[in-house]
Each structure stands twice: as C-alpha cells, then as structure tokens.
Design a protein around this ligand. Structure first.
Ligand SMILES: Nc1ncnc2c1ncn2[C@@H]1O[C@H](COP(=O)(O)OP(=O)(O)OP(=O)(O)O)[C@@H](O)[C@H]1O
Ligand SMILES: [Mg+2]
Length: 371
C-alpha cells in the first residue's frame, strides 16, 4: 500500500459480484486521476506558456500578433502603460516560439548604472579599467542566437543609444578595452512606457534607433479600456493566489473592480486581489476587502436633488437613460460589462438599450452582436 497500491483483497475471496464492483470503482478512480492530471497539465501549459489572460478585442489582437511574430526574428517594440503586461508579452514572444530553447536575456535599461552600461552590454577585456581583473563577455554576447529584451528602452542615455544603434547595424560587439570584434546575432525586443514617438521628435530619443526597434509595435491597451477582461483576470489571479479554494468575488466588489480606473493596470489589480485574499475570509471577496480608493469607485449615478425632481414618470426614465448612456460609453459599448456595472441582467439591458435607442448610433449592427 505504501508503494501506491490502490487497495487489496483479503482472503477468503469475496463473492464475484463484489469483486466486480470493486474493480469497477478502481477503474473509475484511475480514470479520474488520469483525467485530472491531463487537465492540470493542460491548464499549466496554458497559463505558464501563454499566461496572457483576456477576451477583450484588445488582448485578442495582441495574442494574434504574438502568434504571428513568435517564430520570426523581426524586431518588436512593446508599448503600454506601467503594469499592462509588456514583459509578459516579450517572454511569450520568445518562449512560445520555435526558438524558445535559445537564450533570452532581459536588460532593465532603467536600473543599469549609466557608467557601467557599456561594459554590461558589450563586455570588457582584462585590465580595461580598474577592477577589470578578468575579461568578461557582455549581455549581448550571452544572448547570441537568441533574444535580447531591452526593458524601459526609453531610459537609455543618448550616448548608449548611439552605441546600440551601431551594434544593430554591424551586428558586432567590441568589448571595452579590446580591439577585437565579435559577431553576435540576436533578435531585438524592446519595451517602453514612454511615448517614443514624441520623444524622438523632441530629440530625447534617437530617431534612427527608434525606427530600428519599431519594425512592429505591439501596443498594450490600459486595463480601463478593456474592462471586460477584469472578471476573468480576477478569477485567474484568485486561483493563482489561493489554489483550489474557489474564492468568489461578491457582486458589489465586482462592480467596484469594474468601475475603478486602474492607473497601475493589471499589476495593480493583481496586488489588490493579493491584499484582499490575505485580509478577507478566503471564500468571498467583499467590497470591504478592497482598498478604499477601489471600494469607493462607483458608477457615477447622478441622483437629482429634490427640487429637480417633479415625480413624473418621464423624469425617472430620463435618469435611467442618462445613467445607462454614461455607463455604456464608459465601457465603450461592452454590454456584458455594462450590465454588471448597472446590476441588471443582460436581457434587461438589451431591452432598455432598445427602448432608449442607445448604442444603435455608435455601433453598427454587426458589432453589437453578443460577445
Ligand atoms: N493579460 C494578462 N494576463 C495575466 N497576467 C497579466 C496580464 N497582463 C499583466 N499581467 C501580470 O501583471 C503583472 C505586470 O505585468 P508586466 O510586468 O509584464 O507589466 P509591464 O508592462 O512590464 O509593467 P512595468 O511597466 O511596470 O514594468 C505581472 O505579474 C503579469 O504577470
Ligand atoms: Mg516591465
């Protein structure tokens, strides 16, 4: 039994029927274990390799770009606000592609000490400067044949931008203090939360480098522009934070999550849920478990003062129409999210949209289909 036997049969043998039942139960159990293993493996690879969650058209577009680019050597610039998943996308591009077993080297341009960047990237020769006791190869060389990812590339000093550009043109590195050049072949990816388009026009980022890096851009939309991803992101993070416990989000808490603006994007959502799971009762996440700024984020429903309100039925309808209109445009016409924020069922929302003729103007019929 210790070695993993399912069960044992004791003598004298039980009647045949019992034995049959026993075997059937055992077969069921084996099947369940196998099924579970299969499901777990599948979800592990889906989240570990993908890891990019979202049904919004914005994220679906990003996923399509990733699958188109993952097996190429095309330079990719990933742009987006802080916490939108730029690094996640860079890693997916490399690790989901056919070159996944080749090196992936991430360089955080924002945290490199300016005076050391060159020797970090290009390496150095023994004696090139005080303290260089041995020769050391640089990050570009370690990434040879694979991918180098320049995170926060906008932070790179102009002087280093020139050196990087030269490397991209010549595909050779010359370690500091050496006069030997070494061929290096890497795929370039870069990420930025700054608007390099205006920066190169202002002269704070080199235009020629910008165009080399920006052969294809993947722009990650901020979370507030794809609120429909919030419920599935929340479920994903809750499962990761409290595996198997099935933590649910109360409908009021979900309303607050949907209404909040998320300046820190997905990372902020993840942190907020982590805090809530730590503080909450571990089963249902309530509004009270959310930080005040998020808990208080509510749909701005304008309630008229008493003197504005004459009590006619049409007033109520006006208020309802205005509220639905406001929410509807806040979520950019996403009916599933609008329904959740308003606290009404999808069917009710449809009825009201039709009655007030909302959405018909902005959305042509084909894009108002069910999601
Ligand atoms: N679509 C997504 N699905 C699942 N997790 C996500 C998604 N987007 C971001 N994350 C998670 O959010 C966190 C932040 O992502 P990441 O570090 O890639 O963002 P970033 O854009 O590089 O942020 P920063 O600009 O702050 O460096 C990570 O924990 C990441 O796993
Ligand atoms: Mg990052």
């Amino acid at each position: 039994m210790k070695l993993g036997a399912y069960d044992y049969i004791s003598k004298p043998f039980a009647p045949l029927d019992e034995l049959r039942l026993f075997l059937r139960r055992m077969a069921d159990k084996v099947r369940l274990v196998e099924e579970n293993l299969y499901l777990r493996e599948r979800s592990e690879t889906e989240t570990a390799v993908h890891g990019i969650i979202g049904n919004s058209t914005g994220i679906q577009h990003v996923l399509r770009l990733i699958s188109r680019l993952k097996d190429t050597r095309t330079p990719v610039l990933i742009s987006g606000e802080s916490g939108t998943g730029k690094e996640l996308v860079a890693r997916a591009l490399h690790f989901r592609g056919t070159m996944a077993n080749l090196p992936f080297v991430a360089v955080d341009c924002g945290s490199l000490v300016p005076t050391l960047i060159e020797s970090e990237l290009f390496g150095y020769e023994k004696g090139a400067f005080t303290g260089a006791l041995r020769s050391k190869s640089g990050l570009l060389q370690s990434a040879d044949t694979g991918t180098i990812f320049f995170d926060e590339v906008g932070e790179l000093p102009l002087e280093m931008q020139a050196k990087l550009l030269r490397f991209l043109q010549e595909k050779e590195v010359r370690p500091v203090g050496s006069n030997q050049k070494v061929k290096v072949d890497v795929r370039i990816m870069a990420a930025t939360n700054r608007d390099l388009d205006t920066e190169y026009k202002k002269g704070t980022f080199r235009k020629d480098l910008y165009f080399r890096l920006n052969v294809v851009t993947i722009s990650l939309p901020p979370l507030r522009e794809r609120r429909s991803d919030i419920p599935i992101l929340a479920a994903f993070f809750l499962e990761r934070l409290a595996p198997g416990r099935g933590v649910q989000v109360s409908s009021n808490a979900m309303k607050a999550l949907l209404a909040y603006d998320w300046p820190g994007n997905v990372r902020e959502l993840e942190n907020c849920l982590e805090r809530a799971v730590a503080l909450g009762d571990q089963r249902i996440l309530e509004v009270g478990d959310l930080p005040p700024a998020i808990a208080n984020a509510e749909v701005e429903t304008h309630v008229p003062a008493a003197q504005e309100f004459s009590g006619r039925a049409t007033d109520l309808e006006d208020i309802e129409r205005a509220t639905i209109e406001r929410v509807f445009s806040q979520v950019k016409g996403d009916k599933a999210v609008a329904g959740k924020m308003l606290g009404i069922s999808r069917a009710t929302l449809y009825r009201k949209l039709k009655r007030y003729n909302i959405g018909a103007r902005e959305n042509p019929p084909q894009s108002t289909t069910l999601q």
